[in-house]
Design a protein around this ligand. Structure first.
Ligand SMILES: Cc1cc2nc3c(=O)[nH]c(=O)nc-3n(C[C@H](O)[C@H](O)[C@H](O)COP(=O)(O)O)c2cc1C
Length: 201
């Protein structure tokens, strides 16, 4: 079996976002591993409209070409890491909209997150786990959180020292998250492939 493909998806799309710094930091950490492939997927590049389909694509094929392009990108991966901020105690609306804009492509695949915010975006990550269950995903236990004093030291709104100043506190959790995600990505990939072979026989 080939190594799993993991998407690191940037969930904030606003022009003034800070997301690029934590995204690029995590991408570099992921590239130290040889047990999965990683690709940075920037939600902003997909310019998704607010969901306006007859139903999710579990029930009816989507019609908007931008939604279809998003679904095709998501289908390429065996697991996902959302890079999420916390907006008013949940995820950015663009991120929730992007989850709604696909369905079949998420099913039976693991998902986790790198959350950043005053509380490490824990409420966004918990919402992500709830949504993931409805999308028939595997929300895994290990996630990465940049919060508290480390967030304020790194974020431009306060200290502005950047992630490098606090990365020693993040690196062990990042590796633990990768370990967990890869285990589930391999397990679900094998199961999906077995199921597809049985259906084709
Ligand atoms: C609309 C809005 C709501 C926010 N709500 C929260 C919040 O509930 N908790 C939190 O820790 N930070 C909150 N913040 C601050 C964000 O953590 C901070 O702006 C962060 O940089 C947002 O990520 P982004 O720059 O990648 O979009 C909020 C920011 C915005 C713009």
């Amino acid at each position: 079996m080939t190594t799993p493909k993991i998407a690191l998806i940037i969930g904030s799309t606003r022009d003034a976002r800070w997301a690029d710094e934590p995204a690029n930091w995590l991408l570099e950490q992921a590239k130290t591993r040889d047990d999965f492939e990683v690709e940075l997927v920037d939600l902003k590049d997909f310019d998704l409209p607010l969901f306006n389909e007859a139903a999710s694509n579990l029930w009816a094929p989507s019609t908007d070409p931008k939604a279809i392009a998003w679904q095709q990108k998501i289908a390429e991966f065996d697991g996902y890491i959302w890079l999420t901020a916390e907006y008013n105690h949940s995820m950015p609306a663009a991120m929730k909209n992007a989850m709604d804009q696909a369905y079949n492509e998420w099913v039976k695949k693991p998902v986790t997150a790198f959350g950043y915010g005053s509380m490490g975006a824990v409420r966004s990550v918990e919402h992500l786990r709830q949504i993931a269950v409805e999308l028939q995903m595997v929300p895994i236990r290990s996630a990465l959180h940049l919060g508290g004093a480390d967030f304020f030291q790194a974020h431009p709104i306060a200290g502005g020292a950047g992630i490098a100043a606090v990365e020693d506190n993040l690196k062990p959790s990042a590796q633990g998250m990768f370990d967990d995600l890869v285990w589930w990505a391999n397990a679900t990939k094998a199961a999906r492939e077995e199921e597809a072979q049985a259906k084709a026989a």
